[in-house]
Structure formats: C-alpha cells, structure tokens
Design a protein around this ligand. Sequence first.
Ligand code: SF4
Length: 372
Amino acid sequence: MNDTEVRLERIRGTAKPLDHNARTIAALTSNPGCARRAVLDAAGLDKQRLAAHIGFPVQAGQSRYAITRGNAFESQVKADGCAELLRLLREQLDLPIPRVSYDDLEPVDGDDTREARHARTRRLLARAAEAGDDAGTLFDHPMLRLDVGGRPAYLEPDLIAFQVRGQFWVVEVKSFAIIDGQADGDKVAAAVTQAAVYVLALRGLLAELGYGPETVADEVVLVCPENFANRPTAARVDVRKQLTVLRRQLSRLSRIGDLVAELPDQLTLDLAPDPAGVPRRPVPDLVHALDRLDARYAPECLGSCDLAYFCRDEAHGHTATLGRTVRDDLGGVDTVDRALGLAEGTVAPDPEQVEAAELLRLAARLRAEALG
Ligand code: SF4
C-alpha cells in the first residue's frame, strides 16, 4: 500500500470500502469541484451511514413501487427473445433482421461471482469484436469493470448491442415515461450519464483487447415507455459531453493523493460500531473531522450526494445555497448578509467585490422601482 492508500484507509476506518456502481459513478460528475466528496468517495466511505449518524439522514432510495415498475418494464422489453427491443433497435440502428443472436451473460456455470461474469463478458465480447462487421449480437446482463480511484467497480448495463458497421452500442432501459416527446429532464440527464459510465467501461474492456474507442458508439440507445401506455419507445442520445466530464472526474480521483496530502495525518471518520451497532465516535468529533474536508455545496447535491443535508445546513447563509449561477455572479461575495449589505450600500466592498457590488446596487434599485 502506498502512502495515499494508507491515509484513505485511515479516513475510512475499520469498515470495508463501499463498492461503486454506475449510479454512484455518474453522481461524481454532479459536483466535480467538491474535495470533501472526492476524498470520501476515494476512501470508499459509507456517506449514507455517516450522514445518518451525524443527524442528517438521506431520504430512502427508490420506492418499492418504482423498482417493481422498472423491473416489469425491463422484462416486457426483453420478453420473447427481446422482440420489442429488436423492433426498436432495427429502427434506431438498422440492426440486421436475419443475423441477430442473443447471449445472456447472467449465469456462469453455477458460479455467478462478478469476476466470473466479467471474464465471460470479456470472452464473448472479444469473440463478437473479432467476428467483425455484422455479428448482430445482443448481450444481456453483461458485467463490465471500471477503475474508480484505484479500485475496480463492477457495472451491469441493461444491454449491449453489437451490430453492423463494427460498433457496440450501450442500451439503457428506464421506466420513466416520455410523454408527447418530453421526459423529466433530471431523469434523462441521470440515465444518460449512467449510460456514459457504461460506454467508458466498455471502451476500457475493448482497449484491453486491442480495439480503439471508436468500437463503441458515442451515442447510447435509451428505451422508455411512451405516453401513458407501457409501449416502449427508443431514442439515440449523444454522450460525448458526459464522457468528458466523467473522464475528468475519474482522473481527479486517481490523483487524489494531492488532496489527501493536504489533510491532517491522523484524520479519520471511522464509524466502528459498539455492540448495539451504533458508531462509537461522538458526533461532534465526526463533524469536526468533516470540517477539515473542503465542501462546495450546490443545490444539485440534494439529488446526488448522501451528505447533502449536512452540507446544506453547514452552508446556511452562504450564497452557494442559492445555486451555482448566483455564486458565480457574486464571485467573491460569500454570504447572503454581505450581498444584502452591498446591495443596500451599508457595507463597503472589498476591491475584488466592486463589480459585484455595483450590480447588486443596480438590482436593488430596479427592484425598488418595480415595487413602486
Ligand atoms: S453534498 Fe457535500 S460532500 Fe456531497 S458533493 Fe455536495 S458539498 Fe460535496
């Protein structure tokens, strides 16, 4: 173990590191500037448990109803040898009708460890890639792997399609509805970023086999129910932007040593439990340790990070809680009180706040005029 790994292990304490999945990797992109999150994720610390212990529990995850609905929709899409899906893929990808074959990668001779499934996925994808142009194969339940902060994360896309023109496509099945051509923007963004994680992992696997990134399409196929019926529809979505952000954030995690080196040597957020299962560490101690990790709270954290309620409380009264646009527009004016003081002219601006102060005074004047 190198020095950084030793320090990260000390920060995590006695617990085993948490495994990443596509959802948590996708969430890394929602606040790339936050050092607190970067360190805790690199350490594999259970942020949900930490948040609960310090008094800021996150809401429960997906509802049972949503999970059941998601599973039912996926089964419907994949029923009868993926009949519905093939119809959609033929429309979207010109998948050749006579040549489609189907490989379910889930069971592995009774041995269903992630490593065994990954090895089988690798073998079958290698065979398809070698077969060349028109293998026309669907791979169900493949198991991919991505390095996250030096640890392997195992990932399971809904499906990979290998079709004519020598390209693999990631297919993501989601149960949120597209109504009159519109879907919930946040849900689409999350699904597309998650699919981009799979693209990255698939490219990594194929790179190990000697194939370039062009072997995996820059677009993914998103399959969702259409309108209020459950009939599936599909759309191709470009994920190049998400890939760039993901690569940047993953490389930041792999350079986590620079961030860790600035922290106190003995810093730890150990959640070792007492016999009743409650972490022994007093809450004030943990909060004090968390304070040593610079946070960069933004409202987006609420949908993507288990520490969001703690960090929001910590950032109370700061302009950051009003969103990135406000924080950037008020660059250098950190608190709401100071912004109000500058707007009212009761506080003198620091040299770097002169421009923001003028804008605030103008905004205050316009508001006063508008209100008569
Ligand atoms: S909730 Fe806190 S730790 Fe998580 S990304 Fe936001 S600021 Fe960082």
